[in-house]
Design a binder for this molecule. Structure first.
Ligand code: ARG
Length: 463
């Protein structure tokens, strides 16, 4: 195929070279950012007197038309083109003639692709953030409806202490809140450093105004070293790490949903539309959405590792290896968005079986710490109180009775400090309500967490 860069070589490449070299199948989705970047570039070139204003106007008009036509479908992206940058430039020249050939003055595809992809990252961070906000709203609503629902809290997957289901939901809201802050943090860094104007690697002999071009594109500053600017993919790595962490969070919730939906747990039920059946076992109702999100987490981790490996050991500045950056990035972004969207709906429709949760919490002596705390309040040092509570649990286990139902006379054998109020104190509801420390599981504390998250979401909306 003949190339725009023909000159030094004839520009005809073997078919296999075209195949391995072409990135259009992947980078075609950058066309809008590529055109926005080129429009800013043409304006800057004209402002600096590098190209005549009327030529810049023709370029801007031509590019605007190309964008419109690609979007409407009137112009289809040629799958045999080398990449989206070459495609747009060649169509521009076809449409407006030799003026189109001026556009690439004081620019290279190296800074161009760095710019396009940075704009992509910034936009997608906003999209992911929007979805995270929605998911947090849904979690907060679920928590609010279930503040009084009690289930066993686990450590080591063993019954530990009774908790509110609201607390459990808000734990995930906190994770997604941190994800938002991670995204905001790397977005800030992206805005600070526009790469355009770094050119191939060393800057340019033309009197360009990088700051002006950066401002036209919404950046706050410019990358200060041209060699770094064209080879830097840190922002990809940061966004892909943030995506991997989000996936890790959704995967943990997936695991809980899968477990909770089992016959053994029976804590939740998913409506039919969110489950799938088996081709052979007629009774099955499978939590595939949660399982798939858990599974896709592996791909998103893999994408991060794949890019880190591409970048490892690359000398400065641009190397064609870097072209392999976009496929994993796009995949991580699309996957994380799809999974968050699936979770928004799944959490919303998930039905909570509060009775099963309560019945389960009644087993496993989840109020044993409360018995020890009770004895501390009556005057015992905690370690002694702990010992007595442990012995009571062991006694109850042998008799097949739960702590809140052991008769007072039998309690008295363990400590004279135990009085009639012990039964009330060991009710699971009392245990949950009394864990009123900041961040604890009491309904009041859960409500405070809900307010905390909702206030953050409201702040976001005002920005
Ligand atoms: N398609 C290339 C990429 O995605 C654009 C940059 C090409 N630069 C070059 N020197 N051949 O990385």
């Amino acid at each position: 195929m003949d190339k725009m860069w023909a000159g030094r070589t004839a520009g005809t490449t073997a078919n296999l070279v075209d195949e391995i070299n072409s990135s259009i199948a992947v980078d075609r989705r950058l066309y809008k950012r590529d055109i926005a970047g080129s429009i800013a570039h043409a304006k800057m070139l004209a402002k600096q007197g590098i190209i005549p204003q009327q030529d810049a106007d023709a370029i801007v008009e031509g590019l605007t038309g190309i964008e419109k036509d690609i979007t409407s479908g009137a112009l289809s992206i040629d799958p045999t083109a080398e990449d989206i940058h070459m495609f747009v430039e060649s169509i521009l020249t076809q449409r407006i003639g030799d003026t189109g050939k001026m556009l690439h003055t004081a620019r290279s595809r190296n800074d161009q692709v760095a710019l396009d992809t940075k704009m992509y990252c910034i936009e997608e961070i906003d999209n992911i953030d929007y979805l995270l906000c929605k998911l947090m709203e849904v979690l907060a609503d679920k928590a609010e409806k279930n503040t009084d629902v009690i289930l066993p809290g686990y450590t080591h997957m063993q019954h530990a202490q009774p908790v509110s289901f609201g607390q459990h939901m808000m734990a995930y809201a906190m994770m997604f809140d941190r994800d938002r802050s991670r995204l905001a943090d790397c977005k800030k860094r992206m805005f600070e450093a526009s790469p355009i104007g770094a050119c191939a690697l060393a800057g340019t002999t033309f009197d360009i105004d990088r700051q002006y071009e950066a401002e036209l594109l919404g950046f706050n500053g410019i990358a200060m070293n041209s060699m770094d600017a064209v080879s830097d993919r840190d922002h990809f790595v940061e966004l892909m790490s943030a995506a991997a962490i989000i996936m890790m969070h959704t995967s943990r919730l997936s695991e809980e949903i899968v477990m909770w939906a089992t016959t053994e747990f029976g804590f939740i039920q998913l409506p039919d539309e969110y489950t799938t059946g088996s081709s052979i076992m007629p009774q099955k109702k499978n939590p595939d959405v949660a399982e798939l999100c858990r599974g896709k987490t592996g791909r998103v981790y893999g994408n991060l590792m794949s890019l880190l490996t591409v970048l490892k050991g690359l000398p400065l500045a641009y190397n064609k290896d870097i072209q392999e950056d976009k496929e994993p990035l796009f995949d991580s972004v699309e996957t994380v968005k799809l999974c968050i969207e699936a979770f928004i709906e799944m959490v919303e429709v998930m039905e909570v079986n509060s009775e099963n949760m309560y019945e389960s919490a009644k087993q496993g002596y989840v109020n044993a710490t409360d018995l020890a705390d009770y004895l501390v309040v009556k005057g015992l040092p905690f370690r002694d109180a702990y010992n007595i509570s442990g012995r009571v649990v062991s006694y109850c286990l042998g008799r097949g009775v739960i702590l809140e139902e052991l008769p007072l006379e039998e309690y008295k054998q363990f400590s004279p400090l135990i009085e009639e109020d012990v039964h009330q104190r060991l009710q699971l509801r009392t245990c949950v309500e009394r864990r009123n420390s900041a961040g604890g599981t009491s309904p009041a504390s859960v409500r405070a967490q809900i307010e905390f998250i909702r206030a953050k979401l409201a702040d976001q909306k005002q920005d």
